[in-house]
Write a protein that binds this ligand. Sequence first.
Ligand code: AMP
Length: 117
Amino acid sequence: MAHGGDTIFGRIIRKEIPAQIVYETEDVLAFRDISPVAPVHVLIIPKKPVASVAHATEEDAQLLGKLMLAAAEVARREGLLENGYRVVTNIGSDGGQTVFHLHLHVIGGRQMEWPPG
Ligand code: AMP
């Protein structure tokens, strides 16, 4: 199985740089965002280096499902079930993506607004 890729998240997967890991499976890693935008802000990433949802293929279908289920599990562990939370993935420049390794943001612990800015 591929592990990592040439981004900062690849280095976290390979444990070359530290991260506050909150959940890990064979395929998925979850760690706290270094610059949180809410009381809870966890990133869920595949260990396989897929650049974004737009780069995923049919081969990644099961992996994408595992990412969503990991997001729900992390939210449960972080105590977000009662009040709710947001799961979001940014894609490309207009989407606000800065790290080109697919990640879900799990954000909670405060009231969200819609539409996002
Ligand atoms: P995005 O803008 O959707 O690509 O999100 C990238 C996220 O990665 C941002 O929220 C950053 O704060 C976060 N981030 C960047 N470097 C690190 C790191 N070393 N550890 C944890 N989070 C990071």
